[in-house]
Write a protein that binds this ligand. Structure first.
Ligand SMILES: [Zn+2]
Length: 155
């Protein structure tokens, strides 16, 4: 059984107990990002899809069966919208249903491979390397500054 903890009222609750203390809105949990890999596979359309690749996922949450007199009705179906294959939510009910679907639980690396063209992936890798190099250089400069301070205060 999934357990959630609300960041608003601090209550721990189970799936289905979505309503927070105000009796209306849902509990709020830690944000989680979902990723899907259904980017267009034609590389020539890949760059266009990066700008406005939108996918509406229905059945999040699925409708609930209610009786109206003798008639059963299905109400309350929700949907969420993935933009560029990503969707972030702090709604525990959306998380609960999305967690069940492996198609929307891709890793960051899988997402990048599906949504970025080869050259964009190389560019991201280059930027990450550059950032790492910059961090190292900053650390070295700090170290150097500290050493100089020590030398000058010792003199
Ligand atoms: Zn709550």
């Amino acid at each position: 059984m999934s357990q959630f903890k609300c960041t608003q009222c601090n209550k721990e609750f189970s799936a289905g107990e979505w309503i927070c203390t105000d009796g209306v809105s849902h509990h709020v949990v830690e944000e989680k990002t979902y990723r899907c890999l259904d980017a267009p596979s034609d590389p020539s359309t890949k760059d266009a899809s990066l700008k406005d690749g939108r996918t509406v996922v229905c059945n999040i949450p699925p409708p609930k069966r209610v009786m109206e007199g003798n008639d059963a009705k299905w109400v309350g179906e929700g949907s969420v919208e993935f933009i560029r294959g990503r969707f972030t939510t702090s709604d525990p009910e959306q998380q609960y249903w999305l967690d069940k679907k492996s198609a929307y639980n891709a890793t960051e690396d899988q997402w990048r491979a599906a949504w970025f063209s080869k050259s964009q992936q190389l560019e991201v890798g280059r930027l990450e390397l550059e950032a790492a190099r910059q961090r190292l250089e900053n650390e070295r400069n700090e170290l150097l500054a500290k050493t100089k301070q020590k030398v000058s205060s010792a003199a």
